[in-house]
Write a protein that binds this ligand. Structure first.
Ligand code: GAR
Length: 203
């Protein structure tokens, strides 16, 4: 059984979907043993507490800098013997120290088809650019923002009358499916990284 940690900053719908998909067996051989938030009032954190999970708020203001904050997080992750760290709407750039503490064991979901539209407000960026298709990407986390090897992507068509809200909602539906698929692939050892390309292991 692989031990998962989820880091979040807000609503937590991706986290909740992962949690449900573990319970229902869509994701096999995994359990969420730790949820960490950098926001005290994150609804995702409240949900985790209600679900009886080990849910921890760490206030960035209690630490002198980013690295010290990430050291505290890495300590918690190591203490809990975490196998895979899932960033799920975690709106903080993580330090090199954090990335190097868990090489190829941190993944993220981003609401665009990377490398298009990294950073904040990816759905708004896509609408303003005028692309016809966007989507979401699950990727390994490296030292650069929204940059690591891509695990899975899903495409979403942009409609003429889309607003940021309607487009984001359709992308989110795909996020909820693709993030769990990616986790299932990793924890069940079905993929490997070749250069910066993620490939399926031959059975
Ligand atoms: C999701 O759309 C996720 O892709 C995005 O934040 C949202 C979190 O929603 N993440 C990023 O933009 C990271 N760069 P959730 O809290 O309901 O899972």
């Amino acid at each position: 059984m692989k031990r998962l940690a989820v880091l979040l900053s807000g609503r937590g719908s991706n986290f909740i979907k992962i949690y449900e998909n573990i319970k229902s067996g869509v994701i096999k051989n995994a359990e969420i043993v730790l949820v960490i938030s950098n926001k005290q009032d994150a609804p995702g954190l409240a949900y985790a507490r209600q679900a009886g999970l080990n849910a921890i708020y760490l206030n960035p203001k209690d630490y002198p800098d980013r690295e010290e904050y990430d050291r505290a997080i890495v300590d918690l992750l190591k203490r809990e013997k975490i196998d895979l760290v899932c960033l799920a709407g975690y709106m903080r750039i993580i330090t090199k120290f954090f990335v190097e503490s868990f090489p190829n064991r941190i993944i993220n979901i981003h609401p665009s088809l990377l490398p298009a539209f990294p950073g904040l407000d990816a759905q708004k960026q896509a609408l303003e650019y005028g692309v016809k298709y966007t989507g979401c990407t699950v990727h390994f986390v490296d030292e650069k923002v929204d940059h690591g090897a891509i695990i899975l992507q899903e495409v979403v068509e942009v409609l003429d009358d889309d607003s940021v809200e309607t487009l984001s909602a359709r992308i989110l539906q795909k996020e909820h499916i693709v993030y769990s698929k990616a986790i299932d692939l990793i924890v069940n050892d079905k993929i490997y990284i070749d250069g910066r390309t993620v490939k399926f292991k031959k059975v």
